[in-house]
Design a protein around this ligand. Structure first.
Ligand SMILES: C[S@@+](CC[C@H](N)C(=O)[O-])C[C@H]1O[C@@H](n2cnc3c(N)ncnc32)[C@H](O)[C@@H]1O
Length: 208
């Protein structure tokens, strides 16, 4: 389990070269500033930004397939997890979907600041985004699992991998699914909290 910011940086070092580490530092400074103007992340997470946001996002990489067509992050908000995944998987196209105007502006700024050529911001409600197949669908703190699946089923194929950080509720949310969906998903342990789980699954959601 990652205990503190020092361990969080050491964890990220396994995925990030010097350039990526320096871009994470830039993101940290910019996010602190922007958080004064809009509430992007909770103030009590600011003293543990590397653990609570950067590692919490980067840990999803170990659940992704080696070959991915492209990644969809729903309700990206401050940019987690999509912004961090885009930084650490520069060869993979990542789309961040966010509906709130100030957050869309922030995400566009952060993509530029971090010089991410593989990251697009779709500034719209998920319901209005054009249907394309994605290799990976992710979302953190976006919606309860069943609602999330209803909103994003049309982006999935038989090869889609779902990677959904969910906190304490992960196992219960799977139990609440109808049986045909329940079979698709399991919970992996988070490295940022003993209590937190990541819902991982594969396949097309036909009807949620
Ligand atoms: C609680 S925040 C989580 C942000 C980020 N994923 C994180 O974990 O830090 C949820 C975000 O989803 C966005 N959102 C909610 N409903 C949406 C929708 N239907 N389409 C697109 N974005 C949505 C909100 O504007 C908000 O920024």
């Amino acid at each position: 389990m990652i205990a503190d910011e020092k361990q969080a940086k050491a964890y990220l070092r396994e995925y990030a070269d010097d350039s990526a580490m320096s871009r994470l530092s830039k993101l940290e400074v910019a996010l602190r500033e922007e958080n004064d103007a809009q509430n992007l992340v909770s103030n009590n997470s600011l003293h543990e930004m590397w653990k609570r946001h950067f590692v919490d996002s980067a840990q999803l990489l170990k659940h992704l397939p080696v070959q991915i067509g492209s990644i969809l992050d729903l309700g990206s908000g401050a940019g987690f997890p999509g912004l961090i995944i885009a930084l650490l998987r520069p060869e993979t196209p990542v789309t961040l979907v966010e509906s709130r105007a100030k957050r869309i502006e922030w995400l566009k700024y952060a993509v530029q600041l971090m010089e991410l050529k593989n990251c697009a911001v779709e500034g719209a409600r998920v319901e209005l985004v054009g249907t394309h197949p994605y290799g990976v669908i992710t979302a953190r703190a976006f919606a309860p699992l069943l609602k999330l699946l209803k909103l994003s089923a049309r982006f999935s194929t038989s090869e889609t991998v779902w990677v959904l950080p969910k906190g304490k509720s992960a196992a219960q949310e799977i139990r609440n699914l109808p049986p045909r969906l329940r079979r698709m998903f399991h919970v992996e342990q988070s490295v940022t909290s003993d209590d937190a789980g990541i819902i991982v699954g594969k396949g097309k959601v036909e009807r949620a």
